[in-house]
Write a protein of this length. Structure first.
Length: 111
């Protein structure tokens, strides 16, 4: 079982998957994002935990997760869900991003 944890300024999202998405959760970040993340993953041992978002550097070391930038995570996720995707637009609680993907799915440019 694998997990992706996005620790944003307004919400925390968790997706668990193996060959398919198994569960997903969205909770408010609140005043203690680390505590919220611990509640979300309590009792589950993940083969790999990837952490993105505004609070990734706070949470990842404590939860033994791997830090990945949102840009790389969006590129990988978009290509997984839509193999011929070339553009990702993210409108978040703190900022917005437009990501252009090259033919093999790697990040070509982002603003």
């Amino acid at each position: 079982m694998f997990a992706g944890l996005d620790v944003g300024s307004r919400t925390i999202k968790l997706v668990t998957f193996d060959k398919a998405i198994r569960e997903s959760f969205i909770v408010e970040t609140g005043v203690n994002p680390l505590s919220r993340c611990r509640q979300l993953i309590f009792g589950v041992n993940y083969e790999r935990l990837v952490v993105t978002g505004y609070g990734r550097h706070l949470v990842a070391p404590v939860l033994q997760g791997e830090v990945v930038t949102e840009i790389k995570a969006f590129a990988a996720g978009a290509r997984y869900l839509i193999p011929d995707c070339h553009t990702v637009i993210d409108i978040g609680g703190q900022d917005s991003k437009v990501i252009l993907l090259a033919s093999q799915g790697e990040v070509q440019k982002f603003e």
